[in-house]
Design a protein around this ligand. Structure first.
Ligand code: GLY
Ligand code: MN
Ligand code: MN
Length: 470
């Protein structure tokens, strides 16, 4: 957990950038089924950015007029102490966190009304609908968490993004720690892979490793022999000797910072000739894109570079035909690489994605409408301190490669008959997909791969697969 002085410094930066008061909500418990049975608690990411050890239901008023930060917490009751254990007193929290005051959460509306008076008060809509409704009633704003254009006033969004986008050493230390846990999880899953088990057994190794290190999954774990289903969260398939396992999983620390990593490996421990060929193309694309990360580099250009390396490999394999630059420019690569190369990473696995393209796309840049490139989540010029993922892949997706309109559109550019062989190989189960994903920090002189210690060379992976049983 970053030292409280880190959060205090971040709050001071926020106050200095504000021209009026802001109310932030952490969010409360979310019920799973009946009211008292809760999902694990997760505070809103912007709240986590400013405060450590966030209690459910916390709220905070930032007032640049007097430079104060008032924290609002639930009152300490005997019943809470009985059921949930003792919690620090308001005085202890005030001292530990260095806030101006700690007030009763039940008096939030009255306290804010008195302190803010007639001044405009802004807030941020968050995932917890009850907390958001309360904040909207207090501020009078008309916001909507589910419309990324209306999550908060655009100027406030820009102020928050300007802080959250540039990771400080304390934040990077958290991300390096989650990278270690993520490495242990991925290597455990590789080591325990063997034919005849179900995907969920390996998910147990992944999420058990996270739990043993005090972490939770930063997002629903993707572990599947159906790697061509991009966000496949079902874990019931049996592993066949000739299948590939795609694991996309990242640990999230109690501070909220996380990793997002994908590896792909053969169940047998040996890549087939086709598997090795496709793997090497994806790895070459991933490495080229990582090497392109540096200050001033436009992320869309990183994406296009990855697409060109993938396309070049697919042309060499005979799956695509024509000039590589033209194929990528026209979007033909999306028949095998239908998503973007990556996204911002930090407290959210897709960092700040709730705010949409007003954060992820530089001013004046619009999302492409072309199939594939339309899924590019990021088009900023990279700057030191930004963390991004690099995650190219090649997939054999029946819904794409058997689509009549695509087959007509790309008749001269894609060898659909050859692609069909990949859809039907592996005793009819198909080739699946290969993605390789790492987390990359843009530094003043280039980049640092935060997840570099997670094996991805073919030989290293082959040596690990099944090693727990040997
Ligand atoms: N884990 C989701 C992603 O890679 O974006
Ligand atoms: Mn990702
Ligand atoms: Mn991922």
């Amino acid at each position: 957990m970053p030292h409280p002085s880190h959060h205090k410094a971040r709050r001071a930066e926020f106050l200095a950038a504000l021209d009026g008061p802001v109310l932030l909500m952490a969010g409360g418990w979310i019920s799973r089924n009946y009211p008292a049975n809760w999902s694990p608690y997760r505070a809103d990411s912007t709240f986590l950015f400013f405060f450590p050890e966030v209690e459910p239901n916390a709220a905070a008023l930032f007032d640049p007029k007097d430079g104060s930060v008032t924290l609002f917490l639930d009152e300490r009751t005997q019943a809470d102490a009985l059921w949930h254990g003792p919690v620090p007193s308001f005085a202890d929290v005030k001292k530990a966190q260095g806030v101006s005051a700690v007030q009763k959460r039940s008096e939030l509306a009255a306290f804010v009304a008195k302190k803010v008076g007639k001044r405009a008060l802004r807030t941020v809509a968050i995932a917890d609908p009850r907390a958001t409704a309360e904040a909207l009633a207090i501020t009078g704003e008309r916001l909507d968490f589910h419309d990324n254009q209306k999550v908060a006033d655009p100027a406030l969004v820009a102020t928050i993004a300007e802080l959250r986008n540039f990771k400080r050493p304390e934040e990077l230390a958290e991300m390096r720690l989650t990278a270690v846990t993520t490495r242990l999880a991925h290597t455990a899953a590789m080591a325990h892979t063997r034919p005849g088990i179900r995907e969920q057994e390996l998910v147990g190794h992944v999420e058990g490793t996270f739990a043993r290190h005090g972490c939770v999954p930063a997002y629903n774990t993707i572990l599947s022999v159906r790697g061509e289903v991009l966000h496949n969260h079902a874990h019931g398939n049996l592993l066949h000797d000739t299948d590939l396992v795609l694991l996309d999983a990242g640990a999230e620390a109690p501070s909220g910072y996380c990793s997002d990593v994908t590896r792909t490996w053969p169940v047998s421990g040996h890549f087939s000739p086709e598997g090795a060929e496709v793997y090497d193309i994806v790895l070459a694309a991933e490495k080229a894109a990582i090497d392109a990360v540096k200050p001033g580099m436009r992320y869309r250009d990183v994406h296009m570079l990855a697409a060109r390396v993938l396309t070049d490999g697919l042309v060499q394999m005979g799956l695509m035909k024509g000039n590589v630059d033209a194929l990528v420019e026209n979007g033909a690569h999306a028949m095998f690489f239908p998503h973007g190369t990556g996204h911002l990473l930090g407290l959210d696995v897709h960092d700040l994605e709730a705010f949409g393209d007003q954060v992820a796309y530089a001013r004046g840049r619009k999302r492409s409408e072309q199939f594939g490139t339309a899924y590019l989540r990021l088009d900023l010029d990279l700057q030191p301190g930004m963390c991004v993922t690099i995650e190219p892949g090649i997939y054999f997706v029946p819904a794409i490669l058997r689509d009549a309109a695509f087959k007509k559109q790309w008749k001269g550019q894609v060898d659909f008959a050859r692609a069909e062989r990949f859809l039907t190989m592996n005793s009819g189960r198909g080739f699946g997909g290969i993605r390789i994903e790492d987390d990359v920090l843009c530094t003043t002189d280039g980049r640092e791969v935060l997840t570099a210690a997670i094996p991805k060379e073919r030989l290293a992976i082959e040596a690990l697969v099944g090693s727990a049983g040997r």
